[in-house]
Design a protein around this ligand. Structure first.
Ligand SMILES: NC(=O)c1ccc[n+]([C@@H]2O[C@H](COP(=O)([O-])OP(=O)(O)OC[C@H]3O[C@@H](n4cnc5c(N)ncnc54)[C@H](OP(=O)(O)O)[C@@H]3O)[C@@H](O)[C@H]2O)c1
Length: 90
């Protein structure tokens, strides 16, 4: 799957330059991460395991000139959500 130019423009106009993807290291979240990086979004990517996040970050940096922030946090816990929110609004 690939986002059309029209869809990339629509997303950027509506949501701005940054996107947060939870579950970004595997499956649906990883595909979404790759598509958004390809569309030029800066990304905050999340999952629970830092090493997997670093691996995804390295892959994206090789292909795209975007800013990437990785955050290892469990989003099933309030403290995990807080970690992402604090980072976003810092
Ligand atoms: N695949 C499908 O066809 C399908 C269809 C409908 C709905 N869904 C739903 O969509 C979601 C994703 O499915 P998927 O197949 O893409 O799953 P997946 O391949 O298992 O990917 C899950 C991702 O979420 C992360 N993750 C899991 N628990 C987490 C937590 N508590 N906090 C933060 N990150 C967490 C995993 O990384 P870590 O383990 O490192 O945290 C991984 O990056 C699931 O809820 C699934 O039920 C999937």
């Amino acid at each position: 799957m690939q986002l059309s130019s029209k869809e990339k423009h629509r997303l950027k106009s509506k949501y701005g330059d940054w996107a947060i993807v939870t579950g970004a290291t595997s499956g649906i979240g990883l595909e979404l991460t790759r598509q958004l990086a390809g569309a030029g979004f800066n990304l905050i990517i999340n999952s629970r395991h830092l090493e997997k996040l670093k691996s995804v970050e390295n892959e994206l940096k090789e292909k795209h000139r975007i800013e990437i922030i990785i955050v290892d946090a469990d989003v099933s816990e309030a403290t995990g959500i807080d970690k992402i929110v604090k980072l976003y609004f810092h």
